[in-house]
Design a protein. Structure first.
Length: 196
């Protein structure tokens, strides 16, 4: 299945800024990746995407030029959006990406997800359905959506994500021994990953 990745990177990261300083963008904060290499959070996310996902979009705000440059350097198309709402970002990216067999919604502040885990989520996607990783009994990210849900995804608004679509579609839960699917960088302490 050819799937389009949508990396959500438009949020302002207010919790991170409150702890680290108003001028600190969590997407640009450095952390040590799963491969032992130090990169920015957003670059770790892009590096972890499987090579098989060739169609990639990054949704970010117009004032984030370093994020735009990193996205382009990693072969991503960039969608500039003023709204930080997750629903707005998903809807705009699905509309911009055009015809796709499905979409993989990736959060730009989750740098510790194993590439193999992402591949398993994609491979579990069924026609008309949704695929979601599960770790320690909790749903995580990224989440894959079949093309049949495109209209519903484009109807999302505000800061509400696509979780409400789970009630309308077949959901494939993918059990993973990967704490990275739950690990976002909301505060500076989360730059150190200890959930192997």
């Amino acid at each position: 299945m050819t799937i389009t990745a949508i990396v959500l990177a438009a949020g302002q990261g207010s919790r991170f800024r409150a702890a680290a300083g108003a001028d600190r963008d969590k997407l640009l904060a450095e952390c040590v990746g799963l491969d032992g290499v130090t990169r920015s959070v957003i670059e770790q996310v892009l590096v972890n995407l499987p090579a098989s996902v060739t169609e990639r979009w990054v949704v970010t705000s117009p004032d984030r030029e370093p994020v735009v440059r990193l996205a382009q350097a990693h072969g991503c198309k960039v969608l500039l959006l003023q709204s930080a709402g997750m629903g707005d970002s998903i809807a705009a990216a699905v509309a911009a990406s055009g015809l796709a067999q499905g979409w993989l919604v990736v959060l730009g502040d989750m740098p510790f997800i194993r590439t193999n885990s992402i591949e398993q989520v994609i491979n579990a996607l069924e026609a008309g359905g949704i695929s979601v990783p599960v770790h320690a009994g909790e749903h995580g990210h990224p989440v894959a959506f079949d093309r049949a849900l495109g209209t519903d995804l484009m109807a999302l608004t505000g800061d509400r994500g696509a979780k409400r679509l789970f009630a309308r579609a077949w959901v494939s839960e993918v059990p993973l021994e990967d704490g990275g699917v739950l690990w976002d960088v909301d505060v500076p302490q989360r730059l150190n990953f200890d959930a192997y």
